[in-house]
Ligand binder design. Structure first.
Ligand code: BTN
Length: 321
């Protein structure tokens, strides 16, 4: 963490002189570092004559010390980056340079955050959680089946543990609050799923991002702080997420997705709803019956049950179910 940023994270005014004295550097060196925050991290700095410098609001920066002291985190080495294109891309690069999984890559900011279906994932500095867990998969396809749905359950529990209410799952990988997206998961496989392969589980959570920050996202969204009304501690969220992931991934590895299927369906917000599934150029209209033991969605289509392993669900207009 940059020492200057640590001083500024309270969101209050600090004079150039006080910042220089605290860091043992000159005021012009402070000014250079402030420029760096603005240009390299896209972090606006407010300057008021006679009062000094402050950020637009308080931040909760990721802290290696805090993260390494929460017990479940120690199972997975964690790297924190200030800025990266995508934590998933970085985790895959590290795998290429022989970093041994499991490991976690976190970033304060992503310049090319990846969403599902080629979308961009908006990733402003220190507002949200950008988290990638790299795992080695030894058990063939069974170990991958339903994996990202299980991650959804772990994430749901972590967000609820912070006090957010009304969180639900939307197949396959979205977390919603009142129909607005709060988090998403992008899993990317590397290698042969029939043999030894690796999967990077990318998790993005809207934590302290506010609509007032001029954020443009092409779908309805919300963030944890909207429901909680204050700054959320992102280090605590990472610790809880690690704990929940350890617990759910262990169950999934031992018993497969079928052991968690009922729990997943309990939280599925569109269970029993009339939907349209868009998969490639196909649009299928049906009613959601649930998911099967591989994690595929089960729809009733024209009186018949059909399963689909990929695609995007949207609610059917004029749904009176
Ligand atoms: C979605 O579209 O719902 C999935 C979003 C996944 C975003 C996360 S942020 C951390 C990780 N790195 C990425 O580039 N994407 C995922």
């Amino acid at each position: 963490m940059l020492p200057l940023l640590k001083l500024l994270q309270d969101g209050r005014f600090h004079s150039g002189e006080a910042l220089g004295a605290a860091l043992g550097i000159s005021r012009s060196a402070i000014w250079k570092q402030l420029r760096h925050l603005e240009t390299e991290l896209a972090l606006p700095i407010h300057k008021v004559r006679g009062r000094g410098y402050r950020l637009a609001g308080p931040l909760c920066l990721l802290d290696e010390g805090v993260l390494s002291s929460c017990s479940a985190s120690s199972a997975w080495p964690i790297s924190i980056l200030q800025s990266v294109d995508s934590t998933n891309a970085e985790a895959l690069r590290r795998l290429g340079t022989r970093q041994e999984p499991p490991f976690v890559v976190l970033a304060e900011r992503q310049t090319a955050g990846r969403g599902r279906r080629g979308r961009n994932w908006v990733s402003p500095f220190a507002e949200n959680l950008y988290y990638s867990l790299m795992l080695r998969i030894d058990g063939g396809m069974r170990q991958v089946e339903g994996l990202s749905l299980v991650v959804g359950l772990a994430l749901l529990n972590a967000i609820r543990a912070a006090g957010v209410t009304g969180v639900g799952l939307k197949w396959p990988n979205d977390l919603l609050v009142n129909g607005r997206k709060i988090a998403g998961i992008l899993s990317e496989l590397s290698g042969d799923p029939e043999d030894i392969c690796h999967v990077v589980i990318g998790i993005g959570v809207n934590v302290n991002m506010r609509a007032a920050d001029n954020i443009v996202i092409d779908q309805p969204w919300t963030s944890m702080c909207e429901g909680l009304g204050g700054l959320v501690d992102r280090n605590e969220l990472v610790c809880e997420l690690n704990r929940q992931l350890c617990r759910y991934l262990e169950i999934h590895q031992r018993l497969g997705f079928s052991a968690l299927l009922a729990e997943w369906q309990e939280h599925h917000v569109w269970q029993g709803r009339a939907v349209v599934l868009t998969a490639g150029s196909q649009s299928i209209t049906g009613v959601v019956l649930g998911v099967d033991r591989t994690g595929a969605i089960r729809l009733e289509v024209d009186g018949n049950e059909r399963s689909f392993s990929g695609g995007e669900l949207s609610l059917r207009l004029h749904d009176d179910s």
